[in-house]
Design a protein around this ligand. Structure first.
Ligand SMILES: Cc1cc2nc3c(=O)[nH]c(=O)nc-3n(C[C@H](O)[C@H](O)[C@H](O)COP(=O)(O)OP(=O)(O)OC[C@H]3O[C@@H](n4cnc5c(N)ncnc54)[C@H](O)[C@@H]3O)c2cc1C
Length: 496
């Protein structure tokens, strides 16, 4: 697609091209406040279609953009990655059960949706503009190597990327804030530097490489037994669904593929899961938690509740009352902390504990001063919560349903149809436990279908079917191929 065509997709006509070109490369010295000298690079070109700017391409942002009516709205998604990550499949991709592409959907594949590959840095609610920072370095100046996979969190929090001074401004008629949240470290020293997160496909890729590196290094003839044990000590901090599913997938990899490839080494490997809480999967029914504990104990996955990690270093972590223990890989999954963009917003009402943006039942962001909905600003997903509503978990289910509700309400514009308040249709929760076993908690559902609990092989089958059916046709095809291939040839263990 030519530059002209792409610009037209952004609602910029040919007479505005020169301006747009100069605006998009305007450099400013500081991030905030918004430089009002910068011109908006997507000026309104139509009185018929409103400009909707969606910040983020996750479960909330991608879904809302996909479902907005293109006859009513000129939609632009702002995202530093440019793709949607199907997070429930990340653990499977991190051990090679699935190919990375099965968990991705590029925004560019959405019809009638523009993409700006950039990070939103600040929002000016008065002028209805957002200052963005390009996430696309110049190919001429950037390194020939791709960004380090774990640059995701690091780059946004502690180590700003080199191309951080390419800022530009987009204007909106309606703004949807759905930038999600970051992985929480609770200030534990060394986590950013030495642990792996599992939030994005690049994290999954880094984890897979690290596991394979550990086995390959342990197989070198000069490595002593103590070092082999340290290299093959796989530790996970966080006993929520993400930590549990990663432990389960890792167990499957080790007991099938690694056992075949490194038969002399697997006996030295251990999987240990730590949590500061007195148990794991605390949001699940007690009988399901007990089932999970029994399965893990049968599969030799060590669960260590009441364990507080004090510090993490290169290849070790210090646990309160226990001292330093070595690891080859440490996966850190202990909940969420606010995205810096959300922290930077001072005009909106926020939950004092989580810093999430408060919305009303129509998902409109509330003004801090007046408590009234702010004009044309909405928030969905992990960066928001409904004020005075039931406390909903930070899940894909909630983000996805909020996005669908918001898109439907926005698509009502110009009709007599009243907007509908958001009410969660709780379909239950499920977690994979390894060895083709899962648990499903449907005790609190408010939708049709059986209530109660499902465990074992049937739960595993439902777990796989659910995620298969939620993916695009392209990814369903890929998933079927990879699941089939694993049975015949084993998992993908390429290191790159
Ligand atoms: C490994 C894993 C497994 C999970 N499994 C499940 C599950 O099985 N079921 C379930 O219900 N939930 C699951 N979750 C939780 C679920 O993924 C989240 O609740 C969900 O992703 C929240 O959606 P969101 O749109 O708010 O944020 P996200 O999906 O995190 O998306 C945020 C988006 O914003 C972008 N972004 C960030 N900062 C900026 C910025 N400054 N400017 C512009 N864009 C920005 C990001 O690149 C991303 O595209 C899982 C989470 C993980 C990590």
């Amino acid at each position: 697609m030519s530059f002209l065509q792409r610009s037209t997709r952004f609602g910029i006509n040919s007479s505005q091209l020169a301006l747009a070109r100069s605006v998009s490369v305007t450099k400013v010295a500081t991030a905030v406040p918004v430089d009002h000298g910068m011109k908006v690079c997507n000026p309104k070109t139509s009185t018929k279609r409103e400009r909707v700017v969606v910040l983020g391409s996750g479960w909330g942002g991608f879904t809302v953009a996909k479902n907005l009516d293109p006859k009513l709205y000129d939609v632009t998604v702002v995202s530093p990655t440019g793709y949607f990550t199907f997070t429930p499949l990340l653990a499977s991709t991190s051990v090679g059960t699935l190919e990375f592409r099965t968990a991705l959907e590029p925004v560019r594949r959405l019809k009638n949706v523009n993409l700006s590959m950039a990070r939103a840095e600040s929002i000016d609610f008065k002028t209805q503009t957002v200052t963005l920072n390009s996430a696309v370095p110049s190919p001429a100046t950037s390194s020939s190597h791709s960004l380090p996979p774990r640059a995701h969190n690091k780059a946004m929090t502690i180590a700003p990327e080199k191309h951080q001074d390419e800022r530009f401004v987009v204007g909106y008629d309606k703004l949807v804030i759905s930038v999600g949240a970051f992985s929480a470290t609770f200030g534990t020293p060394g986590v950013y530097e030495h642990a792996h997160f599992l939030k994005d496909i690049r994290d999954a890729r880094a984890i897979r490489k690290r596991i394979l590196d550990c086995f390959e290094r342990a197989s070198q003839p000069f490595i002593k037994e103590a070092e082999i044990r340290a290299l093959l000590a796989f530790r996970i901090v966080g006993g929520g669904p993400t930590g549990i599913e990663f432990a389960a997938e890792l167990h499957d990899l080790i007991t099938s593929d690694m056992k075949r490839i490194y038969p002399d080494l697997v006996g030295f490997s251990t999987i240990s899961l730590y949590d500061v809480a007195p148990g794991i999967l605390l949001s699940f029914e007690e009988s399901l938690r007990e089932y999970a504990m029994r399965r893990f104990s049968r599969d030799n996955v060590i669960v260590r509740p009441n364990s507080r990690v004090l510090e993490v270093g290169p290849g070790w972590m210090e646990i309160e009352g226990e001292g330093k223990v070595p690891f080859g890989l440490l996966v850190w999954s202990t909940g969420l902390e606010p995205n810096p963009l959300i922290k930077s917003i001072s005009q909106a009402d926020k939950d004092p504990r989580s810093q999430s943006l408060f919305t009303d039942n129509f998902l409109r962001v509330l003004d801090k001063e007046t408590g009234e909905p702010m004009k044309n600003v909405y928030a969905i997903g992990d960066n928001s919560m409904i004020k005075d509503g039931p406390k909903l978990p930070a899940t894909a289910q909630v983000a996805n349903q909020k996005a669908l509700n918001l898109a439907a309400n926005l698509n009502n514009a110009g009709t007599e149809k009243p907007d509908t308040e958001f009410i969660l249709r709780n379909k239950g929760s499920m977690v994979y436990l390894g060895s083709w076993r899962a648990i499903i908690d449907r005790t609190a559902t408010n939708v049709s279908g059986p209530k109660g609990e499902v465990t074992g092989l049937s739960a595993w089958f439902l777990w796989r079917s659910a995620y298969w059916s939620m993916s695009s046709w392209r990814n369903r095809l890929l998933m079927s191929v990879y699941w089939g291939m694993n049975l015949i040839t084993g998992r993908d263990i390429s290191r790159f």
